[in-house]
Design a protein around this ligand. Structure first.
Ligand SMILES: [Zn+2]
Length: 145
């Protein structure tokens, strides 16, 4: 099932492959895999804030992993039966960019593992004393547009 991607059109070919063509970056190659700083991870297609660094954990799977989204409404989940597997695909609810998949083997309290391509995410480092999550949610899109 192709995405109905409607985010920014100037993605790199690598980002386009993930976000619009539902590709997957090779494991252990993503730029955010070992990112441990405080901040918010936002959709590369539209700038919507999707995950908080406090929900990131090292799952060992080779992709950035989160045990919850900033809000359920951030994400759209679809049943994905490609590659001979039944998985739950995760897309950005705002622009329909493919992000990754969610699996039911994450840590408590959610028991979920959002396995997300680094290429689908921007990282916005937190500014001390400011709630960056709230600021990122409030804005409509990336500042670079
Ligand atoms: Zn988006």
């Amino acid at each position: 099932m192709a995405t109905d991607y409607r985010g920014r059109q100037d993605l790199t070919p690598e980002q386009d492959f993930i976000c619009r063509l539902q590709g997957t970056e090779p494991p252990f190659t993503g730029r955010w895999l070992h990112q441990k700083g405080e901040g918010v991870y936002a959709c590369v297609g539209c700038g919507a804030a999707l995950f908080d660094s406090s929900a990131k954990f090292d799952s060992g799977c080779g992709w950035p992993s989160f045990w919850r989204a900033l809000a359920d409404s951030c994400l759209r989940e679809l049943r994905d039966t490609s590659h001979g597997m039944v998985r739950t695909e995760v897309r950005c609810a705002a622009c329909d960019a493919h992000l990754g998949h969610v699996f039911p083997d994450g840590p408590q309290p959610t028991g979920l593992r959002y396995c997300i391509n680094s290429l689908a995410l921007d990282f916005l480092a937190a500014v001390k004393g400011k709630s960056l999550a709230a600021a990122a949610i409030a804005k409509d899109g990336p500042a670079t547009r």
